[in-house]
Design a protein around this ligand. Structure first.
Ligand code: 2E4
Ligand code: SF4
Length: 318
């Protein structure tokens, strides 16, 4: 491999989405306004670096609200919470700041609406993921989870003509469509959600990695192991023709052996990943002869969300 043939294709869009940006700023603003410690239920977003950095500034991450002292400030993570969690927090007189991404809230509202129509709801998503727990909690008596197309065969519903589907926001677009096809074969009158549940950021990052993957011998996805949207980028890269692809939390986890015989390295990052982690990976790649970086942009993003209402309200009062 000659140095001149070694290059990096950098996917764009990558990294932070509007919902993550808002959630991280919400914790920072809460720390500024109320002082440390500020409690956060679950990881605010699924990224080790973000969580560690906020911990250093005084955030305390807990699994459940019963670990938060009575009356304290608690932020709910971007992945959303079920109504039961809101009730628990109220019982403990916690001051809550809800950093649920508005696009997750949109799916919660769809669940409420379908349940009010007494429909069976099939939620496509990953068991145990916080977003799935939050959405399911909106209508536990109406929602059943399926993870993949093969699960559809085992589904049983009350009325096959009265079934709707919803999904987690961070799934593979292509695999989800296969699951929906299987659902529609079984339930021809299946009702779609009013708009896509897989969010713009998830689909844009998948499109961007698809654009570079066929030219890449290796695609490195920066993201944490528990980040659903980051994991999906590895799968999409491989499906789209990358010879190999790995998810790494940071540059130090890149194994030099992966670069053997590699001309083109693709780089992208999940929606919960700060750009500094991509910069560090590019620096490490440059040290190994991959200094030529070409950014490939498939779409431009401009969406932003206003801060959670609890922080907006306080902003007016102060
Ligand atoms: C909320 C909803 O859901 P995932 O595991 O991909 O979360 P992550 O925190 O990595 O990404 C941000 C996010 C938050 C995505 N969807
Ligand atoms: Fe919201 Fe999509 Fe970002 Fe999740 S990935 S936080 S749903 S914008």
């Amino acid at each position: 491999m000659t140095q001149s043939s070694q290059r990096v294709l950098l996917a764009k869009p990558r990294g932070y989405c509007a919902g993550v940006d808002r959630a991280v700023i919400a914790v920072e603003k809460a720390l500024e306004r109320y002082g440390a410690p500020v409690y956060v239920r679950k990881q605010i977003v699924h990224n080790t670096y973000v969580v560690r950095t906020l911990e250093e500034r005084g955030a305390i991450f807990v699994e459940e609200t019963d670990e938060v002292p009575e009356g304290a400030v608690v932020v709910f993570s971007a992945h959303g919470v079920s109504p039961a969690v809101h009730e628990q927090a109220e019982r403990r007189n916690l001051q809550t700041i809800d950093a649920t991404c508005p696009l997750v809230t949109k799916v919660h509202k769809e669940a409420q609406r379908f349940a009010a129509q007494d429909r069976d709801i099939v939620l496509i998503g990953h068991a145990g993921h916080e977003e799935v727990e939050g959405t399911s909690g909106e209508a536990p008596d109406h929602i059943q989870l399926v993870e993949r197309p093969e699960d559809v065969a085992n589904l049983e519903v009350r009325d096959p003509d009265n079934v709707s589907w919803l999904s987690q926001t961070t799934l593979s677009v292509d695999e989800t469509m296969q699951t929906v096809d299987a659902l529609r074969q079984k339930y021809p009158n299946l009702l779609d959600p009013p708009s896509d549940d897989i969010c713009y950021a998830t689909s844009n990052r998948q499109e961007a990695v698809k654009a570079i993957a066929p030219q890449c011998d290796l695609v490195l996805v920066v993201g944490s192991d528990n980040s659903s949207n980051s994991q999906r980028l590895v799968e999409v890269a491989l499906d789209a023709g990358a010879t190999a692809s790995y998810l790494i939390d940071d540059a130090s986890l890149m194994d030099e052996a992966w670069l053997r015989g590699v001309a083109t390295v693709g780089v992208t990052s999940g929606a919960s990943v700060p750009e500094i982690l991509v910069d560090r990976l590019l620096e490490r790649l440059a040290e190994h002869g991959y200094a030529d970086v070409e950014e490939v942009e498939t779409t431009r993003e401009s969406l932003t969300f206003s801060l959670p209402k609890e922080l907006r309200k306080d902003a007016r009062a102060s």
